[in-house]
Design a protein around this ligand. Structure first.
Ligand code: HEC
Ligand code: HEC
Length: 257
């Protein structure tokens, strides 16, 4: 009797172990966690309730601008949606991100003097980002061989900055975003810094802000010289981070503390 029990229980243990291994395997298949997975429950609730989420207003504002200033040339929102997940792109020998493209497109309508953080630029960016929800992040390398080489160099440059210590605090991006994930820093919880949901509405900014602004805030956090808005270092970092986020689901504009 005891022997039978023993056989049954060891089989059970074997089965449980097998189940754990398999289910672990499934979790492992997408173990990358987006910034949204590090939100407090309060912020998470805010982000899920469109009646109180401040981002809703930005999306509505962006939709109006889209109709007024963009739709004339871009009837097909579908092709534009796809572009949200593949920026930054290689264009005329440099990387261009979504907000850069929007500023350039406003200029086609003689609307000039806008910056990456102008409310109208961020509103349309928020609207487009929202329309791309559910797509997979997928940066595109150029087809032309010379351009492809230059693009690869930009990607390497981004990887280099990511691992280089800097600032008075003498920390690299990787020390926070790879080695201290989940730890508290002031009132923030450090995420792996994947790019799956920009622009962001940061409560401390009381406004939407671009990827560019978020990255500059991290430079400021380590008391390093902050690259000016649009600097190639910021675009290279964005390419590196988005490349690293490849295949993750785009979550649209996001709330942050
Ligand atoms: C001292 C730690 C620290 C360093 C060094 C640091 N960051 Fe951050 N970073 C943070 C914190 C804290 C946040 C806000 C919480 C979060 O999302 O991780 C953040 C947010 C981010 C985000 C936004 C993630 C999201 O989903 O909202 C990105 C992207 C990012 N950092 C990239 C970088 C890059 C690139 C560097 C290097 C130039 C860098 N960080 C250096 C602490 C750091
Ligand atoms: C006068 C025509 C015109 C207007 C108006 C215009 N665009 Fe564009 N847009 C273009 C062209 C042409 C391209 C192809 C790339 C280029 O030449 O910059 C483009 C490319 C884009 C792209 C990249 C998508 C892709 O598949 O290449 C985005 C995103 C975009 N525009 C957004 C906007 C937004 C947002 C507005 C309104 C603020 C706008 N555009 C207004 C002509 C226009």
């Amino acid at each position: 009797m005891n022997v039978i029990r023993l056989i049954i229980s060891s089989r059970l243990i074997f089965l449980i172990t097998l189940f754990c291994l398999i289910s672990n395997g499934f979790v492992w298949a997408e173990s990358r966690q987006s910034g949204n997975q590090f939100l407090t429950s309060e912020l998470l609730n805010l982000s899920k309730d469109s009646s109180i989420n401040p981002i809703t207003l930005w999306i509505d504002q962006g939709a109006q601008i889209w109709q007024k200033d963009c739709q004339g040339c871009h009837q097909d929102l579908n092709s534009i949606r796809q572009s949200v997940v593949d920026f930054p792109r290689w264009k005329k020998n440099q990387l261009v991100n979504l907000e850069d493209q929007i500023v350039q497109c406003f200029a086609k309508k003689q609307i000039t003097g806008l910056s990456l953080e102008s409310a109208d630029v961020l509103a349309v960016s928020t609207f487009l980002s929202d329309s791309a929800k559910g797509l997979k992040v997928q940066v595109q390398s150029p087809i032309d061989p010379a351009e492809k080489t230059a693009w690869q160099e930009a990607l390497n440059h981004g990887a280099h900055i990511y691992t280089q210590r800097q600032g008075r605090v003498n920390l690299s991006c990787t020390q926070c975003h790879d080695l201290n994930i989940g730890k508290n820093l002031r009132s923030d919880v450090i995420s792996p810094g994947y790019i799956t949901g920009f622009p962001i509405y940061r409560q401390s900014w009381q406004a939407m802000g671009s990827m560019d602004r978020r990255l500059r805030a991290c430079y400021s956090g380590v008391q390093a010289a902050i690259p000016p808005s649009g600097h190639r270092d910021l675009r290279s970092l964005e390419l590196f981070l988005k490349n690293r986020s490849e295949g993750m689901i785009w979550e649209g504009p996001s709330i942050r503390r």
